[in-house]
Ligand binder design. Structure first.
Ligand SMILES: [Zn+2]
Length: 68
């Protein structure tokens, strides 16, 4: 077996490296507040910094809003 089973939801290193990272949550949230769409700051276990994600659980974003 080469790859994992895909059962875990951990951030993968590849994604982490490509994402913009912030040293503090304040910084990340400030950028999130300026974005035209909903972003959420979360701490990354891999780099110990903060990333932004547009995936907000329990919140459905209408498709037409994403296409803008
Ligand atoms: Zn990271």
């Amino acid at each position: 077996m080469i790859s994992g089973r895909g059962g875990t939801m951990k951030t993968r290193p590849g994604i982490c490296n490509r994402k913009k990272s912030f040293a503090t949550r304040d910084e990340a949230e400030r950028v999130a507040a300026r974005a035209p769409f909903k972003l959420r700051a979360y701490r990354c276990d891999l780099c110990r910094k903060y990333h932004l994600t547009s995936r907000t659980k329990g919140m459905k974003t209408p498709r037409y809003e994403l296409g803008r």
